[in-house]
Write a protein that binds this ligand. Structure first.
Ligand code: DC
Length: 251
């Protein structure tokens, strides 16, 4: 913990609005985007945050960083109690688009396919999810933020005024994930990517705690046949229609 109530998870470069503004407004200006891997969430969330002038919170990066830290420390991915302990004191911080683990920039490392798989495994433990809840809420508390994850609209920020659930057919999601990894120079196989996506969906949807599902008040957006630009434009208009106009004034 740091002195004077400063947030240890947020380095100065992240965040657009002041937390004072958000708490005075009562209901923080939050756009929650949930959905399975490869639905276009990251791309859409990043673009939407930019257009709204909001910051972006990628909660999957927190689970990924925990998985990386666990493997490095030799903590078994089946040991929920040990993982929850590790999550409790996880030295993670966001610095703009960079993710830091104890001051080391792990932004690229946490995108490796084995980390994707391990993140899904660690995320199934109830103790881990409980431990990471506080970090996520604190990071979102200042408002003016697009929060991307699996259970943001259902569990982490159920009061978010704008919620979307993005999805697409598994084959479409596998192709997108494959193209993305290839563009990043990661050697992958399309069939294997599809198998991994199906496997990860199953684990995320079937886990006992906070399974992946659409919140009742989240808008379902199926991006299989849509151009991501159309999706982003639609979501921007929807968010602007709901959020207070003062939210978008330059701060
Ligand atoms: O969005 P992503 O692929 O970076 O997420 C990695 C894993 O983390 C994913 O398989 C499920 C888990 N996760 C979660 O359980 N809850 C979240 N809010 C975000 C991610």
């Amino acid at each position: 913990m740091t002195a004077e109530g400063a947030d240890p998870y947020l380095l100065p470069r992240m965040g657009g609005g002041s937390s004072e503004d958000a708490s005075r407004r009562g209901r923080a200006a939050v756009v929650a985007i949930d959905g399975p891997a490869g639905a276009g969430k990251s791309t859409v969330a990043r673009a939407l945050a930019e257009r709204l002038g909001f910051s972006l919170l990628d909660t999957g990066a927190i689970y990924r960083t925990l998985a990386l830290a666990a493997v490095r420390r030799g903590v078994a991915l089946a040991d929920g109690a040990a993982l929850a302990d590790l999550a409790q004191g996880l030295p993670i911080a966001f610095d703009g688009t960079r993710v830091l683990l104890a001051d080391e920039d792990v932004s690229v490392l946490i995108r490796a396919p084995e980390v994707s798989r391990d993140a899904s495994t660690v995320s199934a433990h109830g103790g881990v999810r409980a431990a990471l809840l506080d970090i996520q809420r604190r990071l979102a508390a200042r408002g003016r933020v697009v929060v991307e994850g699996r259970d943001i609209g259902t569990v982490v920020l159920p009061d978010a005024p704008v919620k979307f659930f993005l999805t697409a057919r598994p084959e479409v999601r596998a192709r997108r994930r494959f193209d993305e990894l290839v563009a990043r120079g990661v050697a992958v196989d399309l069939d294997r990517t599809l198998a991994e996506i199906i496997d990860r969906d199953r684990r995320d949807e079937e886990r006992a705690v906070a399974p992946l599902r659409r919140a009742d008040d989240a808008e379902l957006v199926d991006t299989s046949e849509l151009d991501l630009e159309q999706v982003i434009a639609h979501m921007e208009a929807a968010a602007r229609g709901v959020l207070d106009a003062s939210t978008f004034r330059p701060s």
